[in-house]
Every structure is written in C-alpha cells, then in structure tokens.
Design a protein around this ligand. Structure first.
Ligand code: NIG
Ligand code: FE
Length: 403
C-alpha cells in the first residue's frame, strides 16, 4: 500500500483525547503539535508527531511539503441537502425585498420549487449535481458529508437521490418527510404512503431517516409514526426541529433515542435543558439562521448546560446556500458564543459521532482515516477567525492528496 508523509506542518491541531461526543470542558480541548508530521499508510494515519522525532521512513513514501501551514482533521458536514437540481435565486431576491421563507413555502414555492426541478433532473442529472456540490464542499475542507433526500418526494426520485448521494461518497439520509407534495391528500395520507411504498427500499440505501417537524410540514404524531417505522427498518433517527416553532421535536427525539435534533433556532430554556441532559446531539446550523434572518440557536447555553452539540452547514438552495464549514465556524464563534476549539470539535468529532463514524473520522491520530486539511495560516484558529477567508489550501482524502 502506498504511504504518504505530510511533513513540516507549522501547527497541527486536533481535538484532544478519544471521547465522542465531546461535551463540557472536553469540547474545548485541542491538542496542538508545533512543527509536526503525519504519516499515512494507505487510507489510514499510522503516526503523528514532531518533525524532530520522525524516524526516516524506509521504502517508498510520497511526500507533501506542509510548508509551515496548519493541519486539521478533514471536516465533517453532518447535515446537508446536497442532492438537488436548480436554484432558488428568484426566491432569494424576493426574500431580500421582504417576503418571508414561510410565506413563500405556504404559497407553493420554497421546498416544492426545488422538488419540481429535482424530479425533472433524472438520476444522471442528480448524480451530476451532487458531484458538483461535493466538489464545492471538498474545496472548503469537508472530507465527509451527509446528504438528505427530500426533494423528490416521489418513490423514483427519493430512491434516485439516495443512490446519487451514496455514489458520490456521501452518507445518505432518507428525508421523505420533508414536505407534502401536491399529488397527496395531506400529511397523514402522505406518511402512510411513504412508510408503505418508499421506506422499505430507502432503508436499504440510507443510514438514517429525518423528518421536518414544523408548523405547515409534519406534526409530532406524524413524525413519530414515520420515525418509528424507520427505526423498525433499522435506520438511525434525525429530526429537523424547533426551526420556526417548538412543536415537540426535542421530547420526541429524546424518547426515540434519535442521533440528533437539528436547527433549534426557536428552542426555549426548557427544551434547551432537556436536550443538554440527553444523549441526543443538538446540530446547530448558524448559516441557515443567518441566511433566513432568524435568531441564532443557543450554542453557548447548550454547551454550558453539558449538552453535546455539532455544527453543520445545512447546505441547500433555499435556507442556506452555503457549503463552507470554515464560515460556519466563524459564525459559531461570533454568533453562538463558541471558542475556535469548541467549533473545531463540533464539526469534526461531534459531527462524526452524529454520523456513527467517530471511531474513524474527525481526529488526526493513529488508526483514523487519513483525511487532512492544510490551512494557509500561521495559527489553526484562523479557521474561524478569517471570516469568509480562502484559507483551505490542500485537502487529503484517504491518504491521497487532491490535485
Ligand atoms: O433544513 N427546513 C427544512 N428544510 C431545509 C430547507 C429546505 C429548503 O428550503 O429547500 C432546512 O432548512
Ligand atoms: Fe436541513
């Protein structure tokens, strides 16, 4: 197997220890090695250390010159809607002129506009779009991404979306319960149909199921029915909850043992405390709150109350046309009250935990996947400090440097 040595790294930064998820004080602990190397054997890291302790490796080793740059683990985006066709720039312009996201959705725009474009794209078109979006994410340092279906909402396009995501190396999540498409007679009938006609095949491709539990989408009774059926098919559970209103997502997520509840812009003090005391990860999506002009989720309060949080982009054409986790880290520090170290842990180890991959992703340590991001910066914290900066200079995936 081919070996890769990343040498002369100015500063290597990786979440400390081996716990997952990181919560409390652990979330803020980062191990820093100055003047470092990472040695990879095939797709795995075999050693990490200081240059002065590097034993000259014998045999053939490909080298990447770190040139004093900073190395961090490949970033993990645990919440995206990267499988979609078309765009919503027209809607964006209308929102800029004062229309609200919920109004546009209620008028048949919003998610349903993307459903029309996604159905028309065909499986090949979806694969091409997902591949293009994956390329955008990689350039921002995202080496592991989750993506949801949810813009097909018919059997063929939901399954084609999940296949496209898997084919592009993403972690597929079945979001059949995203919106009720016009050919169905309300949310109850649609959920029955989803469970009977799509879930059995979707469960063979996806790793998790997700539901948009929100006023105007699915209520807690419908969400429970969908999630329990998904769990019976062996899927992990995720929820979009408390984006606009508190409609019971947190208690349901806790009761069903969901991996995460995501958004939380509308979460009040009671929900925040209950979530913090549970094993459910709160996935915070500050780019979505920013893009829609919504309140930010209670990041610092959740951490201070002992909760497990992760950060993600929510990349999608309507509420967060943003694929940049470095930008999300900046927002986490400036808007959610996180430190750069907490932000790093939240989009590496904790995001990997949400995806059931914390044993392989999210750390620069022996035995972990050789996914490495090199930052053109004198200090790794520029990741969050450089707002909208272009500092991802090289990305290594599974021990291979991308051109
Ligand atoms: O996570 N809120 C529900 N779903 C997505 C947005 C989907 C869209 O607007 O296309 C979200 O924000
Ligand atoms: Fe989302």
């Amino acid at each position: 197997m081919s070996r890769l040595l990343v040498r002369d790294i100015g500063q290597l930064a990786t979440p400390a220890g081996d716990a997952a998820p990181l919560r409390g004080a652990l979330l803020g602990e980062v191990t820093i090695i100055e003047d470092a190397f990472v040695l990879c054997d095939g797709p795995r890291i075999v050693s990490v250390g200081r240059m002065r302790d590097l034993e000259p490796p014998d045999g053939d080793v490909e080298e990447v010159d770190g040139r004093g740059r900073c190395a961090i683990p490949g970033l993990v985006d645990c919440h995206t809607h990267a499988c979609f066709a078309g765009d919503r720039v027209e809607e964006f312009s209308r929102r800029a002129a004062g229309a609200t996201y919920e109004e546009l959705h209620a008028a048949g725009g919003g998610v349903l506009a993307t459903v029309t474009a996604t159905r028309a794209a065909g499986e090949r078109g979806l694969r091409e779009a997902t591949s293009r979006h994956r390329g955008w994410m990689l350039r921002q340092g995202t080496t592991t991404f989750e993506a949801k279906s949810g813009y097909g909402l018919d059997r063929e396009t939901e399954l084609a979306s999940l296949r496209a995501i898997a084919a592009e190396g993403g972690v597929p999540t079945f979001l059949g319960a995203h919106a009720v498409p016009p050919e169905h007679d309300g949310a109850d009938e649609y959920v029955d149909w989803l469970i009977a006609e799509v879930l059995p095949e979707a469960a063979a491709i996806a790793e998790a199921a997700d539901v948009f539990l929100e006023r105007g989408a699915f209520d807690a009774v419908q969400a429970r029915r969908y999630l329990e059926a998904a769990r019976d098919h062996g899927l992990e559970l995720r929820l979009h909850g408390d984006q606009f209103t508190e409609a019971g997502a947190i208690p349901l997520a806790i009761e069903l043992g969901a991996r995460s509840v995501d958004h939380l812009e509308a979460t009040g003090a009671d929900g925040m405390r209950a979530l913090a005391e549970s094993d459910v990860v709160g996935v915070l999506l500050p780019a979505s709150a920013l893009f829609l002009g919504r309140p930010m989720p209670p990041g610092r309060a959740l951490i201070d109350a002992g909760g497990a949080i992760a950060l993600a982009t929510d990349f999608n054409p309507g509420s967060a046309f943003c694929e940049s986790l470095p930008l999300v880290c900046s927002l986490a520090c400036t808007q959610l009250g996180l430190s750069p170290a907490q932000a790093l842990g939240a989009c590496t180890v904790n995001a990997a935990h949400v995806l059931g991959r914390a044993g392989a992703k999210g750390r620069l340590a022996p035995g972990f996947d050789a996914d490495i991001v090199l930052l053109e910066a004198p200090d790794w914290r520029h990741l969050a400090y450089h707002l909208g900066g272009d500092l991802v200079s090289e990305v290594i995936v599974a021990g291979t440097a991308l051109g």
